[in-house]
Design a protein around this ligand. Structure first.
Ligand code: HEM
Length: 399
């Protein structure tokens, strides 16, 4: 990027403000005053920060912006993320037509009709983990006993992975998503997970089941590496995100008794409530990275070919031009235009599944435990400021 300014642009990420649910105040200010602005990344390189809802959508749907991390100028928000650039063929970091070829093989598995049919099964899983948590007695950590195991078990069932191995893949996913992991740690975690999934694919070739891994292997169209990279993406994206949304949504509702009372009085509000919490909490806080392959005008600025962009979906989801009173949680509002799942060709593949899991988990939790409350002072809660996916590390609750 050309450095037209004598003073280096502000560092990314900016410090967070007083409200742990809101994006850093500096980005809110940028959205109002300079919606496409420059920032300096950890390695001294610079990229553009895009903060308005309209601009974020225009970048994410524009094929002149690439999601391929091998392009020079691609913005890496950590050293660990850069370490993955040349090694991963996961389709989240590929452009069409390669991206579309791989994604198409999974679209049927995540269609709304298919995930809606999973409701009874997911309800049983949610009830089972809640039974266990209640049987252990209060206080309990809602993250490790409820929010994390539910999507982990569901994605294991869909893929055909043994849930008994959950510690193995949860620990390594954590390394992949930790902003302070070194490049070596990230490489090792990825290698171990890829080997693990490669061995599993091999086993499914000999003894197929009805899971996604078996089906991908049986198609015979993917290399072993592509199967492993695709399953790694599903495994990691499929449990960390929904888990953090579940615990953060629980906390947001506990902190807003009026909204919680409304949801209890009108359980049918669960669907709009989940959409609103996706908007309000937008847990992918580090921005969606892209790089321009041609010069493109965005929000009045020219982004030159080879310059990186971070699409700040958490900031766009608080854009007053789209969501009136955006800093307020309002479970009855129409918030479907949120971009918490991204936008354009890379828009979240697993969103129908995430919605069903969140709706069932949050509704069941507050219905079955009407006296649910925090077991520690709110001030003592540790937020995941150092992780790619935002949330809380633990959520001690009692009931
Ligand atoms: C609340 C939960 C979730 C949130 C907030 C979320 C968010 C996102 C976002 C923002 C993207 C776009 C990334 C980009 O454009 O660079 C994405 C992509 C993706 N997500 Fe999710 N996700 C969630 C749950 C899931 C689940 C449950 C699965 C799988 C079972 C999943 C699988 C994927 C995949 C495969 C992609 C890549 C799509 C592509 O590149 O075409 N996600 N997700």
């Amino acid at each position: 990027m050309t450095t037209a300014h004598p003073i280096a642009p502000p560092n990314f990420p900016a410090p967070r403000g007083a409200c742990p649910f809101a994006p850093p105040p500096a980005y809110e200010q940028a959205r109002r005053e300079q919606p496409v602005s420059r920032v300096t990344l950890w390695d001294g390189s610079q990229c553009w920060l895009v903060t308005r809802h309209a601009d974020v959508r225009s970048v994410l749907r524009d094929q002149r912006f690439s999601a391929d991390a091998r392009h020079p100028g691609f913005p890496f928000v950590t050293d660990g993320r850069r370490a993955l650039a040349n090694e991963s063929t996961s389709f989240i970091r590929l452009d069409d037509p390669e991206h579309a070829r791989l994604r198409r093989m999974l679209t049927a598995d995540f269609m709304i009709k298919k995930t809606e049919a999973l409701r009874p099964r997911i309800q049983r899983i949610v009830d089972d983990f809640l039974d266990r948590m209640v049987a252990h007695g209060a206080p309990a950590d809602l993250v490790s006993e409820f929010a994390l195991p539910i999507p982990s078990l569901v994605i294991c069932l869909l893929l055909g992975v043994d849930y008994g191995d959950h510690r193995y893949f949860q620990e390594r996913s954590r390394v992949l998503l930790h902003n302070h992991s070194t490049a070596d740690e990230v490489r090792q975690a990825r290698e171990e997970l890829t080997e693990y999934l490669g061995r599993l694919a091999e086993a499914k070739r000999r003894e197929p089941d009805d899971g996604i891994i078996s089906r991908l292997v049986a198609r015979g169209e993917l290399t072993d590496e592509e199967v492993a990279a695709t399953c790694l993406l599903l495994l990691v994206a499929g449990h960390e995100t929904t888990a953090n949304m579940t615990s953060l949504s629980t906390l947001a509702l506990l902190r807003d008794p009026a909204q919680l009372a409304r949801l209890r009085a009108e359980p049918a509000l669960i669907k709009p409530a989940v959409e609103e919490m996706l908007r309000f909490l937008s847990i992918v806080h580090s921005g969606l990275p892209r790089v321009a392959t041609e010069d493109v005008q965005v929000g009045g600025e020219t982004i030159r070919a080879g310059e990186g962009v971070l699409c700040m979906i958490s900031v766009a989801n608080r854009d007053e031009e789209v969501f009136e009173g955006a800093d307020r949680l309002d479970i009855g509002r129409e918030s479907r235009r949120h971009v918490a799942f991204g936008f354009g060709v890379h828009q979240c593949l697993g969103q129908p599944l995430a919605r069903v899991e969140l709706q069932i988990a949050v509704e069941t939790l507050f219905r079955r435990l009407p006296r649910l409350r925090l077991a520690i002072p709110y001030e003592d809660i540790r937020f995941r400021t150092e992780m790619a996916i935002y949330g809380v590390h633990e959520l001690p609750v009692t009931w």
